[in-house]
Design a protein around this ligand. Structure first.
Ligand code: UFG
Length: 322
């Protein structure tokens, strides 16, 4: 039985692919290599398909049948909040069409188990201490909205085709499990600060007047390797549990401020960092930290890596690349 990883040449997808392959499981990757790299896959077979294209469902069904696929993990999507605000149609068209083709292909091939990359962006700006899955989602940008619609699509596919589906709502993902799988494209806080240091610039902090202990925004940073393990836990869960569509937060349950992250980077790089405080960035919630109760209880998953380890792995990966 083979697991199909769609978007498996990307940052998170390649970590999941590597873990599955290292554990001796059969895995095949579909990717259009628009933002992924073949070099991340080692010996794992790659089929190049753009899942948003007309006819992709049939192509995907063909791959699933040929390779005896029993489960699909779907990563392939656009994932930048700012880009989604500037170009919403691209997010609606590609993220929704891509998932529709994946579900259609799985239905044609009789594949039952689907794991979907969702996001904490579905929650919008929740004013709570810890974000629980049963909070009413109120996305505030097209990226988050496209992920929420994706979760609804999974529910409909369960009803129509007898599938079993899980949506994983990622919090702030960073770090690298292997240097060659490090993220080179997504611009989140950790790589942005490292880039600024490389250029000799002062990293920017978007506002220090939030209602938080040090005034900067708090997020839940999760190591990409821990996140990859959560996908494997989700596959195991789908095999044993009979419950309908389930969503799970994936984070650590611990909040770190922007200044905490910058201090961790200063420690990992052995440099002194003198950040520049600038205006708030529109749309940033003061605090977004994950409640981990559901994933711990139902998937038996918890994060293993600290913020210091996340940052150290990102710094080490960059040193090996340079
Ligand atoms: N920040 C800075 N300076 C920077 C970059 C970021 O101060 O140069 C701050 C942001 O204002 C925010 C925090 O660092 O307070 C984290 O920002 P990121 O852009 O790294 O991450 P976000 O929390 O905005 O968004 C992330 C992912 C999204 C995902 C979202 C889920 O980037 O893809 O989490 O909530 F949807």
């Amino acid at each position: 039985m083979t697991t199909l990883v769609i978007g498996g040449a990307g940052y998170i997808g390649s970590h999941v692919t590597r873990l599955l392959a290292d554990r001796g499981q059969d895995v095949v990757v579909v990717d259009d290599l628009s933002t992924g790299f073949r070099s991340r896959l080692g010996e794992v077979p790659l089929v190049e398909i753009d899942v948003t294209r007309t006819g992709a469902a049939e192509e995907l069904a063909g791959v699933m049948r040929e390779r005896s696929v029993s489960a699909v993990i779907h990563f392939a999507a656009h994932k930048q909040v700012g880009e989604s605000v500037a170009n919403p149609e691209m997010y609606w068209r590609d993220n929704i069409a891509g998932l529709a083709n994946v579900l259609d292909g799985a239905a044609q091939a009789g594949v039952r188990d689907i794991v979907f990359s969702s996001s904490a962006a579905v929650y919008g700006m929740p004013d709570v201490d810890l974000v629980q899955e049963d909070l009413t989602p109120e996305p505030i940008n097209p990226y988050g909205a496209s992920k929420l619609v994706g979760e609804w699509m999974l529910k409909d596919a369960e009803r129509a085709h007898g599938m079993r589906t899980v949506g994983l709502r990622y919090f702030n993902v960073a770090g690298a499990g292997w240097p060659e799988l490090a993220d080179t494209l997504v611009m989140n806080l950790v790589p942005i600060v490292l880039d600024a240091l490389d250029r000799g610039d002062r990293p920017k902090v978007f506002g220090d007047d939030y209602d938080t202990p040090d005034g900067t925004c708090i997020r839940d940073y999760v190591h990409v390797l821990d996140l990859a393990e959560a996908h494997i836990a989700a596959l195991d869960y789908l095999k044993r549990d009979t419950r309908e569509h389930r969503v799970f937060n994936v984070g650590t349950g611990t909040g770190s401020s922007v200044l905490d992250v910058i201090n961790a980077i200063a420690d990992a790089t052995g440099t002194e960092i003198n950040p520049e405080i600038v205006e708030r960035r529109p749309g940033d919630p003061a605090k977004l930290v994950c409640s981990t109760d559901r994933i711990r209880e139902e998937l038996s998953w918890k994060s293993e890596h600290t913020l210091a380890e996340i940052v150290q792995s990102a710094v080490d990966a960059r040193r090996q690349r340079d």
